[in-house]
Write a protein that binds this ligand. Structure first.
Ligand SMILES: [Mg+2]
Length: 122
């Protein structure tokens, strides 16, 4: 039986998806989505203990994805991923109740620390 926590990473940047999976993969069970629609489909069919959610995505952005997630997965903690300089995105995320966000590109140790901290709150 796999007791690892399951983290869904959502980003339209495949390089960042791959990099994030490598960083988190030793400690967590990581699965990936490359769009908001893909993320919602995966969240409906698979258990996630946390979601790392890119804000700047074509089609359905991270804020819209988060709003839809709240309809059926409101208890899953979310850490938003933002490109540096997009302060408006960060402010929007905070308004929606997301106190946790990471600026890309993040260092591996920073990512691991933030994810561990978020799990400790639960
Ligand atoms: Mg993006």
């Amino acid at each position: 039986m796999d007791m690892k926590k399951r983290i869904l990473v959502v980003d339209d940047d495949n390089m960042n998806l791959a990099r994030t999976r490598i960083i988190l993969g030793k400690e967590y069970d990581v699965f990936l989505a490359d769009s908001g629609i893909d993320a919602l489909e995966k969240l409906r069919s698979e258990k996630a203990d946390m979601v790392l959610l890119d804000i700047d995505m074509p089609g359905m952005n991270g804020i819209e994805t988060f709003e839809r997630m709240k309809e059926f997965a409101a208890d899953v903690p979310v850490i938003f991923l933002t490109a540096s300089g997009l302060e408006e995105d960060v402010q929007n995320a905070i308004k929606l109740g997301a106190v946790n966000y990471l600026k890309k590109p993040y260092r591996p140790e920073e990512l691991l620390r933030r994810v561990a901290l978020e799990f400790e709150k639960a």
